[in-house]
Design a protein around this ligand. Sequence first.
Ligand SMILES: [Zn+2]
Ligand SMILES: [Zn+2]
Length: 179
Amino acid sequence: MGDPETKRKRYCLMCNVFKPDRCHHCSACNRCILNMDHHCPWVNNCVGFWNRKFFLLLLFYALCCLYFVDVTMLDTFISTVQWHLQAYYHELDLKELAIVCLHDVTYLFALFLTFILTKFAYFHLTLVRKNMTTLESLEHKGTDYESAVTVAFATLSRSSTLALTIICARCSAGTRVCG
Ligand SMILES: [Zn+2]
Ligand SMILES: [Zn+2]
C-alpha cells in the first residue's frame, strides 16, 4: 500500500549499499546512479538525477546549432544542386565537383542529425513530462537494457528515437545496469 516499511529493500552487491528507489548500478561508471536515465557515451557519463537538466540543455543547444546551420546553408545547398543539374550539360572540373559534393553530403548529414535529434529531444521531453527515465521506459515496454539492441532494429523504421537511445546504450561498450 505504498508503505515504505513493506517495500523490498534493494541492495547493490558492487557498492555494498542499499539502493533507494529508482536507483541503478552502472558498470561503466562503477557506482549507483540515483534516478538513472542512461549511460551516455557522448558525454562519457551517466545521465541521472544531478545532471539530467544539463543533458537536456546539451540537446537544446545542439538542436539550436543544427537548425541555424540548416537555415543559413539552405540557399547554398539549393545553388549547388542547381549547379549539379547544369553540370550535366558542361565539362566538369573534378576538383570543384568534389568540393561541391562534400558540401552537399555535409548538409544532408546535418539535416539527418536534425531529424534524429529532434525526435530524440521530443522523446526525452515526453519522459520528463511523465516523470520517467529511459530505463523505466524500456522496462515499461518489457525490454531490458541488455536485449535492447534486438529491439533497435525492429523499431528503427517506426521510432528512430528509441533506436538512437538503444544505440547510445550499446555504444557504451558492455555497460551493465543492475536493478
Ligand atoms: Zn552500485
Ligand atoms: Zn554510467
